[in-house]
Design a protein around this ligand. Sequence first.
Ligand code: FAD
Length: 635
Amino acid sequence: MEIERHEYDVVVIGAGGAGLRAAIETRSAGLRTAVVCKSLFGKAHTVMAEGGIAASMGNVNSRDDWQVHFRDTMRGGKFLNNWRMAELHAREAPQRVWELETYGALFDRTPDGRISQRNFGGHEYPRLAHVGDRTGLELIRTLQQKIVSLQQEDHAEFGDYEARIKVFQECTVTELLKDDSGAQGSKVSGAFGYWRESGRYVLFDAPAVILATGGIGKSFKVTSNSWEYTGDGHALALRAGASLINMEFVQFHPTGMVWPPSVKGILVTESVRGDGGVLRNSEGRRFMFDYIPEVFKDNYADSEAEGDRWYDDPDNNRRPPELLPRDEVARAINNEVKEGRGSPHGGVFLDVATRLPAETITKRLPSMHHQFKELADVDITTEAMEVGPTCHYVMGGVEVEPDTAASRVPGLFAAGEVAGGMHGSNRLGGNSLSDLLVFGRRAGTGAAGYVQGLVDRPRIAPSDVDSAAERAADPFNPAEGKSENPYSLHSELQQAMNDLVGIIRRDEEMREALGRLRDLIARAEHLEVEGNRQFNPGWHLAIDLRNMLLVSECVARAALLRTESRGGHTRDDHPSMDAQWRRKLLVCERSGTGVEVTEEPQVAMRHELLELFKLEELRKYYTDDELADVQAKEL
Ligand code: FAD
């Protein structure tokens, strides 16, 4: 079969913040780089990010520094984070934000002209650099602008804009290819995919691949994620032999729209609460004061008066509990609704109208104002919004080496939401955009170093290309038996994940979910689509489903094994956090047609980082043995 073929040094899969930042780095190292994305260039989750990018620049409160950011991130992740990633992230985020300004970004300013920073859940000081509530748009616009400027340099040097960096948009990668013939084991040799419009196959021959494919939200029924987020990078990594960690941790953002049904799940940014919005139940009560967990008691206001004073005088008051980390707020809302104190459409009320003047709301939250007016006919300057939890972000992802973003498979790197470890059991808002830039850059450096160090270029076996093409075309030639429709299977998967592996989990429900998943996986062998490969959404979904099913199995299996509640994993049958579990990571690997989950010990934190925490605080997370160790070192 004749297949369109391209040769590059590095293929970056994904054109969100992580992918673009990685591509800038590999191209700047002189490597020929392809950026492949499933949707239009510029349309990625990154562009939808509203609230801002977390970096301890200390512009609004000079007490902020990387150590405080590191502490907040570890607390937010309930100490399950890969501490080295959290350290690199906290240290390097300010440089990455300043660098964006050198690329042309223009953030909102403080009165004295510095980059303004806003409050967000779990961040001790105002830390999120922002552009109104459209920060992701500025981030993507700027990274794209940087890529265009690199292309102009190439044009000046080679007479070809795309000599060293080229974007392949609306092109979906379905398979990674490896060369198993080398003496030192198998290495990445390229990627196989198809053009969404024509259905034609395309082959990228490259010794390094950087996965930057974002999240998995489309496996859940209620989600803030858009159609592309089907866990492709997670599944590609697994099938190539890499491991995934922390897959049981899925973040349900506390505030998604709940009404009308057609927009259920669409995100309501945390900035609404960061800027003063409060949550109330049907009785008008600010219920978050009833839900401050023991581990956070000292850091949050215990009266409305103190919480309200904090906005103007944060040094002498504690922050309001509406700004607890997302997992806490999502659980609280869930409980209020369950106990009958919800809003008419099954959420709670988010009120900014009685808290801020109308002109401040339209200035600081223009997208939210527009979103509610257009989609729900609600004017947020005069009325409360109705909100409820929505599946938003996956903390789990490809297990990577923190400094280089390298996976277990030589030549395969991962950065951004598709990588695991950085956020532990729960990500703080704003920490994703900074993660994309810090680890996007590091993945670029890691891949460049790897390619430059290679002695022989790995080769693609023609038979692997044929198999990839056959697999992609499977839904046109279903196995014998009942024919299955991809849309029905997708909707059954979403329902099962939402109901049985959602925000609150139980042993028997997850076992049921696994049973249903096995059934769906078997039925997916009989997926059948009509027509041909030319723009055929049913076929695209059939291909994506294979990934969603594999990744959902990882989530359900890991969630069943972790018998504690921590961050984005809440077990009704194991409601407390267990210090023994903090020492263990659950690692998913491909085994036969399914997934195997094993335990891996968490690497102990470097001592000088541990010293950033008071022993009192560590007591909430660490085992007695570990604490004895810490004390011994301090003596
Ligand atoms: P993405 O930006 O998600 O991009 C993934 C890319 O991979 C896309 O180009 C996609 O087309 C491509 N892709 C996927 N699969 C394939 C495939 N098989 N083949 C080819 N290409 C593929 N975080 C914050 O820090 N602050 C915020 O204010 C914030 N607000 C948010 C608001 C919303 C509505 C959402 C949904 C998320 C928000 N987040 C926020 C989270 C954050 O935006 C994402 O986690 C982050 O943008 C992910 O970036 P990424 O580069 O990893 O991937």
